[in-house]
Design a binder for this molecule. Sequence first.
Ligand code: ZN
Length: 465
Amino acid sequence: MRLKNASVILWVVITAVAPTIAAEPATPALLVENIVPVDPVLGALSRQDVRIEHGRITAMGELPSDPDANTIDGSNRWLIPGLWDMHVHVTYDEALLDSMAKAFVDHGITRVRDTGGPVQALQQIATRWNAPTGDAPYLYYAGPLLDGNPVVYDGSVGPEVGVDVGTAAAARVAGLVAAGISFIKIYEMVSPEQFHALVQAARAHDLPIAAHIPLRMNVEVAATAVDSLEHLRNLELGCSNDRDQLLRERRKEMDQHEALAGMALRSRIHGQQRDQAIANEDASLCDTLIARLRDTIQVPTLRLNAMTQHPPFAEADWERALGFLPGHVARAWREAPRQMDPVTYRAHGAWSLAMIARLHRAGVPIGAGTDTPIGWAVPGHSLHRELELLVTAGLSPRVALAAATTVPASFFGMDATLGRLQPDYEADALILTANPLEDIRNTRRITHVIRQGRLLRKPLTDARP
Ligand SMILES: [Zn+2]
């Protein structure tokens, strides 16, 4: 019996280790000399050397030179952790799939969180992107939007990425776990019963939860039960002085929805209630709600919410950004100024910008996400735009940097090993030619991108802000 066990263990060790050795030549150590590390928690550190080996930062300080290491001169350079985009739909537009990985990497995005898409397709993309030799950001995915009845993304408008979980929340989540998901995304039409069943199922699998506040639910009950809220969606409904009346009206509307598809029903409710709730805000009620959100990351996607105030095509480098897209997509996106509705979302955009400073003052963690490629979001480029808008809205450049590094790591419970420039942390890092704490737009001035200790590009032409 003992012998049999020993042979089983040996077999496991051989099959686990042997293919890795065969497929993957050892990456040489990286030694970045004489650079200023900018840690999202501590800020700019003193000029020093940083050694990276086996995917990790192994030493920082005044280090001996090493003829066997790949040495990079960091004089007049700054080192920041690799950036995350916390809100991406990789599969949303098939025309972008082939160009996406390069666009992300060239913009210094080393990890992305896909917040809704077909799980099999995402699993296949993750297999390529997440391989040790992957020339792409590391992909974490939730699979479909877990929705109620009627489903918003049922395929009639936009891609079919939503599912009605019905009464099978636990089985649905278990199936997604088998397909490699790292978190779940709960959508707007679920009932309170479905919501709680999904939360319970996710917790049973130790999965973090991203969500929109479901329209049938009381805002703080839903907001405090999940780990991240996207787009500040429906938060304003909990701040209104007529919040209970609005909730009753929404429920009634949804119970009588027969004639309307999910997308149309949701739009109608947003149209009826959003601006009214913003206009009728009870500030002290809202502050009480905000104070309860200290454990819920807000991913505001300001570039989407505040598009009326800050349209993408008004950016100085918009034409350069379009160069990352396939030609026919770039041509279509040049029509954006004619297609954008300048009126409908104006109040919500202003409210979103003002809400960021308020949330930050109250100690609520803010995460950087873009909804790429929705709303003319060029992969990677849009994340830098988001960082810029977070600073415009009131975050310091250091806190904006944390929104794309330590905050997303904490969503996945990895904040002790990822997102900072400290010994033993995973080595996702970017070398910049200018200090991002002086101007957050300097995060665009990237020369080198390192993912899990491996140099993905060397060196990039110095990107101008
Ligand atoms: Zn989204």
